[in-house]
Design a protein around this ligand. Sequence first.
Ligand code: GDP
Length: 376
Amino acid sequence: MSCMFDSLKSKLKNVLNKSSSKLDSESIFEDREEKSAADEIKIEEPEEKTVPSEPEIEDKPVSRKEQLRAGKQKKPAPKETGPSAGKMVGDSGKKIKEDPLDDLLDELEVVLLESDVAYPVVQDIILGVRDNLVNKKYGRQYTLEQVVETAVRESVRNVLKVNEFDFDKWVDGQERPTVMMFVGINGTGKTTTIAKIAKRLKDNEKSVVIAACDTFRAGAIEQLSIHAERVGVKIVKQGQDADPSAVAFDAIEHARSKGKDIVLLDTAGRMQTNNNLIAEMKKIARISKPSLKIFVGDALAGNDAIEQAKVFDAAIGIDAIVLTKIDTDAKGGAALSIAHTIGKPIAFVSDGQGYEDLQVFDSEWMLERLFEGYEE
Ligand code: GDP
């Protein structure tokens, strides 16, 4: 059975291992201008154009290399947040030539695309790696693999850092009752996720009410009731085909009258493109005014999960994401790209069927899993 990010991890390792053959001694040279050059290596970007005094009409970049260069000029250099990058780069050292580096970046691009990383995110990662490698000088005590791996790690970190969300802190800062609405298509793990979040909140001393607003399927109400009982929280429900907004309203009223902290709204998820469903989501949101709208997506769905999130976001405006089944996702593409693509943070990832299998997602969590076994 495939495990969390296995395929992406081994493919990345493969590319990084190739860095010493791709970037052989020919590709690396010492900066002769530096006195201390004898002790270091450098990664060189050959003759970058100086800005001419007269503005030049530039041709549209054609080759990938030129596109990367053009992109690079538009973007500010990513911050070196990791301690290792800071230590590696200095005033003197080794430089890497650009052409063999492009070859390596091509391979990295293919690996990321094969792993279902969304195209714009792949481009950002590649640009970041390039920025981290070209025109910098690396202490000669570091191996090429270390230098390239750090560049990849930093670039992935920068892509993930854009959107982070501290759920527990957010909850503590909210008025009561705090209403959270969960949306997503059937089968992604929405009901299980609600139960896990209910448990997490309960463990953090919050009183929780779950509202069974998926009244489309009797089975959904029943399943949620079982979860609520197991986790030990109150559930507010009506019969099949009841108005989902009325159920949400009842649950919020219950929470108000009993002084409960949190209301979690389960919702239906029959095909995200179904207009009735979207209208129903809008109505629930309008009536219950949730402070947090969470999209639950299946990591295995890869780019499809991103497309689903876009549909729900356009309809009701989602605030955060929970990615499920990450324990069986070998590719890692959705985890790497959904937040960046949608512009909303991943609050949690779900990594199993147990109620404890819910992890806070942040860039360090992902990096630890992707680069497990590497030295930092
Ligand atoms: P819903 O239709 O979206 O409410 O989905 P459910 O919560 O009923 O989950 C569908 C199936 O996926 C169930 O068998 C869950 O146990 C399973 N499931 C949910 N989350 C995870 C997860 O993180 N990992 C794994 N392996 N299975 C999960």
